[in-house]
Unconditional design. Structure first.
Length: 184
């Protein structure tokens, strides 16, 4: 599968992230990412990308957590994002929808670094009461992986999911002092 464009947008109506993947063959794959899955995916994606940056294909292993490894990962990310095209509008009319018109509600994501430097992504939808799972796999070049991480970060900011929950929501309301009292 040759990826042409990626889009990650927050849908307030669904309270989910809609991921759309356009291929050069005119296909569009659509995915829903829930809050729980998106927030768990982000740090995992960051670790894998950092590991790829400090250990390019056929190189001696290096620690991604070392100061040099972190600087190398940050440099590669900045360089990739500087060269990426975030201005071209997403092509809205796909020729076909191989997964159907309803986006895949992702329940499981697996990321596997490949020896070629690519990152293998596996998306699965296993819903209760549905015998047949839906899913697909794709391999992304490091530049597309960095671009996807950038789009995911932007969508997470738009969603407000990374903001702390206001104290008024987490604390129970104080009981009014003049609450009626009853005697049985």
């Amino acid at each position: 599968m040759n990826i042409h464009q990626l889009s990650v947008q927050y849908s307030s109506e669904q309270d989910r992230l809609l991921v759309r993947i356009n291929t050069t063959a005119g296909e569009e794959l659509r995915l829903w990412l829930t809050r729980r899955l998106a927030l768990a995916l982000r740090p995992m994606l960051e670790r894998v990308v950092a590991g790829q940056a400090v250990q390019p294909p056929a190189a001696a292993p290096r620690a991604p957590d070392s100061p040099a490894g972190k600087k190398m990962a940050e440099f590669q990310k900045e360089e990739t994002l500087r060269q990426a095209d975030f201005t071209t509008p997403y092509r809205e009319r796909p020729a076909s929808l191989p997964l159907g018109s309803e986006p895949l509600l992702v329940t499981e994501v697996q990321l596997t670094p490949l020896g070629t430097g690519q990152l293998q992504w596996s998306f699965q939808e296993q819903l209760p009461g549905v015998a047949q799972a839906r899913g697909f796999q794709m391999a992304l070049e490091p530049s597309l992986t960095h671009g996807f991480a950038h789009l995911l970060d932007h969508a997470l900011q738009q969603s407000g999911w990374t903001e702390p929950v206001p104290a008024s929501v987490t604390r129970p309301a104080a009981e009014p002092a003049d609450r009626p009292r009853y005697l049985n």
